[in-house]
Design a protein around this ligand. Structure first.
Ligand code: IFM
Length: 437
């Protein structure tokens, strides 16, 4: 691999990420039903109707998985805690087995010198809360704060870093406007409410964790470079709007006490009552911001209702997801976030990687090339003066890729979903060798 640890500053942190529903197996250990279970039960939502009942069976095999993470020479492991595992009803009675599981998991990381990097919510909404309207409900931030208190009250003393929510854009837009993720809504009003409530939940959770004495708290957003389809002003405006609701909305709330005008042209009439009074809560001080980055989209204007644009096929090489490989976007966003929002706050790449049609014994060279190119972009951003402190591979294991089921393989480690056998891929060995240098 054309990168080595010594190319990066001393103390630069290398990690790999996973998430609870995608790997643990939610039919074990007293976990409650999540809205992904019911979403997957509804025909047409998920490829082959697959769900997270077994997933990678990480619930029982976490020791082996953490051995693999440590064996790669990583410094940290980014994981998430399932709300439905800890509080099967979303509120009230605690599932002690769930808390015990995360307790064991964190201790197992520490035993292997892996820094525990926690995310509180990576989309496992308990069904009883979905029944109450999920992220549309204005009480959700309070219930999320209660969940934060319960889980971090148990493991927070050993957590290296924590972020409340993974990818608020996916929770808001992808799940309530595009309908691709649970709860599968296509409703502008639900979208506006969810996008605001998720930030409010973020702010309240940060305050709870501070009060518990935790430090190194951040926010993790995802980014996609919006490429106008041509040089027309209409295409430029379409791409700017995509950029606005995807890349700017949440950071703007977190750092500027406002939402972008171009986005509010469509969303403002649908915002929850009193939304503009909430920024003090949303802006609970942060210690870092994490960027999840994978691709760009080519955006063309069209005549449909707001936002009046569509994604079109781009010319660049694509991954198994059909996503264009565009490493320059990572450098762009690291600079953009630093210059326009965080202005000196440490940044981390909290997810980056690609899906590839991997089979055991077949080298995953496209992934090695992808990672090399994105790590080079990260290095360029460092040279630009961006205070980048770490980089996280998505993902340690092949896992449940949400609406696309188990077909899309993002792992550095291959998982056979029949036998659950783990086999490190060529990229795993390449990263191990690079991190040792
Ligand atoms: O698998 C997902 C993950 O859950 C969130 N970030 C993007 C990944 C790849 O699609």
């Amino acid at each position: 691999m054309d990168f080595k640890r010594s190319d990066f500053p001393d103390g630069f942190l290398f990690a790999a990420a996973t998430s609870s529903y995608q790997i643990e197996g939610h039919s074990f250990g007293g976990a409650g039903k999540t809205h992904w279970d019911t979403f997957a039960q509804t025909p047409g939502n998920v490829v082959r109707g697959e769900n997270g009942d077994i997933a990678c069976d990480h619930y029982h095999r976490f020791a082996e998985d953490l051995d693999l993470a440590a064996g790669m020479g990583l410094d940290g492991y980014r994981f998430s805690t399932s709300w439905a595992r800890v509080l099967p009803e979303g509120r009230g009675t605690v599932n002690q087995d769930g808390l015990d599981f995360y307790d064991r998991l964190v201790d197992a990381m520490l035993e292997r010198n892996l820094k525990p990097m926690a995310t509180l919510y990576h989309w496992e909404l308990p069904v009883p809360l979905a029944d109450l309207g999920g992220w549309r409900n204005p009480d959700m931030p309070n219930w999320f704060a209660d969940f934060t208190q319960v889980i971090m009250g148990r493991i927070g003393d050993r957590i290296y870093s924590a972020a409340p929510v993974n990818e608020p854009w996916c929770v808001g837009w992808l799940s309530h406007f595009l309908g691709h993720h649970a709860p599968g809504l296509r409703d502008i009003r639900a979208t506006a409410h969810a996008m605001h409530h998720i930030l409010l939940a973020h702010g309240q959770a940060i305050s709870v964790m501070r009060d518990l004495g935790m430090s190194n708290l951040g926010a993790v957003c995802n980014f996609e470079y919006a490429q106008p389809v041509d040089e027309s002003p209409e295409a430029a405006k379409a791409a700017a709007l995509y950029d606005g609701y995807y890349n700017q909305f949440f950071l703007s709330g977190l750092f500027k006490s406002r939402y972008p005008d171009i986005v509010m042209e469509g969303l403002e009439p649908h915002m929850p009552r009193g939304w503009d009074q909430d920024f003090k809560t949303i802006q609970a001080p942060l210690d870092w911001v994490g960027l999840n980055y994978y691709t760009r989209k080519v955006i063309a204007p069209d005549n449909s209702p707001w936002p009046s644009h569509t994604e079109v096929d781009g010319p660049l090489p694509k991954t198994q997801m059909g996503w264009e490989v565009y490493p320059d976007g990572l450098r762009h966003f690291l600079n953009m976030v630093h210059n326009e929002y965080t202005k000196g706050l440490p940044l981390l790449v909290t997810e980056n990687g690609m899906a590839n049609e991997d089979t055991v014994g077949q080298p995953d060279q496209p992934r090695i090339d992808y990672l090399e190119a994105h790590l080079a972009a990260a290095k360029s951003a460092l040279a630009d003066g961006v205070p980048l402190r770490g980089y996280t591979f998505w993902s340690l294991l092949d896992n449940y890729e949400w609406a696309l089921g188990y077909e899309k393989r993002f792992g550095l480690v291959h998982v056979d979903f029949e036998t659950l056998e783990r086999t490190p891929k060529a990229s795993y060995h390449a990263v191990s060798a690079a991190l040792a240098q």
